[in-house]
Design a protein around this ligand. Sequence first.
Ligand code: FAD
Length: 483
Amino acid sequence: MTAAPSIVWFRQDLRLADNPALCRAIAEQAAILPLFILDDESLGERRPGAAQRWWLHHSLASLDQDLRALGSRLILRSGPAERVLQQLVADSGARRLYWNRCYDPESVTRDRAIKSWAKESGLEVETFNALLLMEPWEVKTKEAKSYRVFSPFWRRLREAYSHQSQLQAPRSLSTPEAIASDVLDSWELTPQKPDWAKGFGAVWQPGESGARQRLSDFLDETLSTYKSSRDRPDREATSCLSPHLRFGEVSPRQIWEATQNHLAIKGSDQGAADKFLSEVAWREFSYHLLFNETDLASQPLRPAFAAFPWRQDATGLERWQKGLTGYPIVDAGMRQLWQTGWMHNRVRMLVASFLVKDLLVPWQEGEAWFWDTLVDGDPANNTASWQWVAGCGADAAPYFRIFNPVSQGERFDPEGRYVRNWVPELAELPDRYIHKPWEADPASLAAAGVSLGKSYPERVVDHSVARRQALEAYQQIKKETAA
Ligand code: FAD
């Protein structure tokens, strides 16, 4: 190979299979420089949070190992991406640059500038979609507008999406020896003192092979009960693919294809598969919103909410973050998040509702905590979901629909198994009190070893009072908007 090398810039696509930028580079039959840039500067507030950094470390190690098995390796550099790319071009004489697109505003702005520089410098530059089923600008209403409501978006996506088989991973790759790379450990992406992520490794296997395994286990063992059980946090009823999708270790196209193949071969339940794919489509919808609406991360989609009378409640926020609100299902969720970097979707809705509606803390505070502590913290899903729960986002989630943490717990965790697992100090309480220990008589509390206010906190607020206050706050912005 004598042609100048091609740079393949890995970003939210840490995989070798179904990777259009990598395939394009291979077609050139030149040496390939697989590159990852740790670019905290350009991403600013949206640089990966602490739990994502743990994932990123292991995912990069896995990608490097997979590349080495092909005769290549991952080149690591840090700093503003444009400067890093200029340096790498100078170091290597590369003449081509390929990447798969990101859709968050920070990346879009950065990538536009890099494209202009690359073109002006005479580099060939080409970019691809590897993150979504369809580009966020391709799904349009009849009036050529973007969507604000999920159901018609999903109908349109289903009609318009034309599946193409996934691209194969390469069998070998050649990368010049002389190009310098940072050492992954020097980036200090994993926590040391204290190592709060020490439980993560038992739950997760970051990297492309971990993603493949997770997908095939899910299809074989869980898909058939997905529709009926996906709201049950006490069961292993969902795919847990979210962090793998976040880092692009698996693509939605691969998920689509694997699900359809599974249906064809195993004759599994079409309804379950449809439900699962519709959830994957919620992710598409979030990216559609993120790309088409400005400031999704910081400004409410419904402008009236800019005047909402939020409270500054540092104590309430801290008790929520630590899982010490006195509401067992909320505390269980927040502790699952802290210990594993992930939380069940139903419980995410409950804890988010509790923060914004029971405590009246701005949704941006919750979004920021999730961003820092979730391994799947996603620029589109996190912001769109927080806005949805707060009632200021797209689609119908009216503000006055306020989750009751007791009845939701009793409905979706009926024997309290989820709570007992994550809030072990309540493990011995009888089922009838597990979601409302404050109603237990002193003898039941004593028999279970629970002392309210000591071994487990009293409630930070009374839900029925908090609910009334939230509705009053909502009435206030309604009046102001009408005026
Ligand atoms: P499954 O049920 O197996 O679904 C498969 C995939 O579909 C998921 O991996 C995910 O990519 C997508 N998906 C499922 N549910 C949703 C949803 N409601 N909205 C958007 N996409 C969905 N998801 C993230 O990936 N990152 C986040 O940062 C994130 N923050 C959230 C914050 C709040 C307040 C709420 C209510 C939800 C959030 N979600 C987020 C969405 C959802 O909770 C997770 O995607 C889901 O729990 C991941 O588990 P799973 O992979 O087992 O999902």
